[in-house]
Design a binder for this molecule. Sequence first.
Ligand code: SF4
Length: 726
Amino acid sequence: MLFGRRVRNPIKIADKGVVAWKYTTCGYCSTGCSIEVGLDASGKAVGARGVADAAVNQGKLCIKGIFEHELFNSANRGNRALLRLRTIDPYREVSWDEALDRTAAEIKRIQEKYGRDSVAIVSTGQILTEEFYTLGKLVRGVIGTNNYDGNTTLCMASAVSGYKRSFGSDGPPGCYEDFAHTGCLLAFGSNLPEQHPIIYWRLKMALEKREFPVIVVDPRVTMFAQMADIHLPITPGTDLVLLNALAHVILKENLHDQAYIEAHTTGFEEFSRLVAQYDPTTAAGLCGIDEDTIRNVARLYARADAAMSIWTMGINQSTHGSDGVAAINNLNLITGNIGKPGGTSLSITGQCNAMGTREWSSCSGLPGYRALEKEADREAIARYWGIDPEFFPQQRGLFMTDIFPAIETGQIKALWLIATNPMTSMPNSPRIRKTIEKLEFLAVQDAYADVETTRYAHVYLPAALWGEKEGVFTNTERRVNLVRKVVEPHGDSKPDLWIFNQLAKRFEQGRRIAFPESPAAVFEEMRELSKGRMLDCSGMTHDRIERQRGIQWPCPEGAETGAPRLYTDGVFQHPGGKAKLIALPFVDNNERPDDDYPFWLNSGRVVEHFHTRTRTGKIGNLNKFSPTPYMEMNPDAAGRLGIEHMAYARLVSRRGDAVVLVQLTQRVPPNMVFIPFHFHECVNRLTLGLLDPHSRQPAFKQCAVRIERAPNQREAATANVAARAF
Ligand code: SF4
């Protein structure tokens, strides 16, 4: 008998007393898994399971989804509105009326004194699309500040910018089903098994039926790199060099699709002149991938019947993130791999509703992918909302990453944060803390009362969580999924839609504009405004979305279902209908390791964490896996510095320092370390955060640090524990 294996000991599943399962959609990542939450006889959420007939996840959930029901009663949920006159005073619990009256009064006071744009609003990728649309109406149509953005600038702005530059519009052209048709997959800076486990499972399902090469470009040996056929351990920040070199080989060896280029693109001559400079020999010296591998990958990609590229933060979070996205689009345009099964440029989005904010929040424009810069768009929305089109600005205001410097210089005096946590998520967090202290008024609206920003706020508005309200999310493949209300909001917290509507009533213009109260009625407005547009959702209703387990846009009225792909006819959104091939010279403008700071600092997500851990840090079954700030370090490099496995180390950059527990692993090369980005007072004490000129997204993933063994290990352990506090 081997270890008691002959003893029958069947797996026991605890009976949690579920009496009803309620349909909803996962509120963590952008995969868009359909989930059922189990309620016991008292109405308490006690379990979760995947929905078997859902197109996206087919009954599967990752570890975050499996324990998502525990969020409803997790620690430090906000249950009462809080208010104080000065940030040195203690908060007192107040009624919603008092908190909202004060918020509206402060916004009006500051706008009257300093001008409309002295108030800034930063939202999220986490709330429901109906809420985004309503917030946009409140900000653009009532409050009227132009300094309004979302934290998606920290994750998806480069993808949006790159899509717009190449295709004339945002909107991922492909879908998960493309894995089942592709002949080659090229993944840039995307650790799919940890970041989007269920999309990875879709890929594995496709690979089980049919083999095709999987090529992963990542400086670290990620989980995805370990299962790839080819891993390209690229020098951080040089993806544009690699992409130009791949295009160079494809054009030189006549592997491009000339007919597609002529019919559907502009800019080929300038583009080909530029990539002619990126021969594989020169490129290898810059990006660290040998020239034979560059040629091999270029040939594999171009010779496949259909080839697709996916990417995540490894491309987006860079000083040339937007160029990286446009370069991926270039690669797919010259090989004719847009809009066909298995041929696409698919950005894998981060937050559950990052797409919803891109489509409907009005952060960068007006609802339904309309632009502030276009007179016709301003007039259409002003007419629909019943306001003067002159009330709208004629170009977008500051991005999130420019709002904080504007607070520093006194241009912005008030800030309203909605479900976002800049004290952990913004680069150079010590500077952000000093900046936020300069505000005359700060309002924080969040499901958790313990986010660090509440320490600097005057008003805290407790918001309901995803399954405590109703509406839709759009996932990575443009699928609109329905979130049904599963339980009542915690304590006295309220759905964000309710908060926006109540605030609107406190402004004169807000009383003149219609603010529907139910999510379904808001969705009706979105349906109307989407008619005939690229993201047409006029064929959808909440009930129909639930019945079909999500519907992809466009889905015009009368359509049976949504369209899986965009640009299938080769007609793009630029005037003239052609996509742009863009010449993209590589400019090496990042901080790089040197004698004083000899290591690259890389960061990323691990499977059991979600952004800044405000939620996953509260769930025992997730938190137990990676509870403490840690760093992956190569054993050779650690040996040279006298740092052993599980010792504490101090990292120092030109901005600040951080203390981490060391894990020795060959996953990182000797000149690089990796730290999960979610920990408070950790990686963003070190990051530089230079901004992409097009998207204003920070280069979180490329900066230089030096490392030393923490001289006092006990003190280091204390500092490490303190960093878990939020
Ligand atoms: S993969 Fe994403 S959407 Fe699916 S269960 Fe996990 S966190 Fe939720």
